[in-house]
Design a protein around this ligand. Sequence first.
Ligand code: ADP
Length: 267
Amino acid sequence: SRSKILSVQLVSYGDNQVLVLTRDVTKVEKLERMRRDFIANVSHELKTPLTVLSGFLETIRDLPLSPEQQKEYLNLMYTQANRMQNLVEDLLALSALESAPSASEHGETVDLSQIAQRTVDDAIQLSGGKHQLDVQITPGLLAMGNSAEVLSAFSNIVTNAVRYTPEKGAISVRLTRTENELGRACAAFVVKDTGIGISAEHIPRLTERFYRVDRSRSRESGGTGLGLAIVKHVVQRHDGELDIQSKPNQGSTFTLIMPLVRSVVTD
Ligand code: ADP
């Protein structure tokens, strides 16, 4: 068992002596509870769209509907199917991240600047001109790792900024050169929004799987509740850091620090 031994006692038990070990089972219990919660969450998240889907299927099968009504129902079904697809994709991404070896050691060169630009292009599409976007990307910043993973991390943060910022709000995306506490050259990817913000008690839990401040708001805007869990894993696998600052009704700042490629010394 992985539980910690808290105390060892030799106790007389009739004619025998018995060794009594007291174990700390809180950690094991906590892991077990997390596993159970996770399965319950996944089941619930899949069940909701499935119930809606089969409801519409039944209606289409059993009721005489006009072509317009049919079309409307099919569109609603499509939205639910999409939701399930996003969820399954995020689940697969998470499990791949959890089982893969460290990306910074086994990776390729990742062009952070190019990836940041791509997430900005996607954000412009998603925002549809409803937000004021301010972009500053230092070109040529390279890290070691996995490009697809970094893209999903950057894109989750930027997409959230758009989704959780009302119309006319401002979003700024910056990728700049910086140093971490160890003095190592790093890139800072900083996404700041003037959106709904998050109150302090929620911030430490945001990277837990399926943790959402407002369930219905997250769903409405197409969230799976897994985005920041994915971000956290990607950052860890790239020896990076994630920082979240936020104030309700004022906005949030998500900062992702990632070590740059060590410069090659040639003689
Ligand atoms: P979701 O798919 O629900 O957005 P995430 O893991 O990406 O899941 O984020 C978890 C929760 O963190 C969200 O449900 C939301 O409550 C909160 N959140 C994330 N980004 C922001 C942001 N930029 N502004 C306000 N709240 C945010």
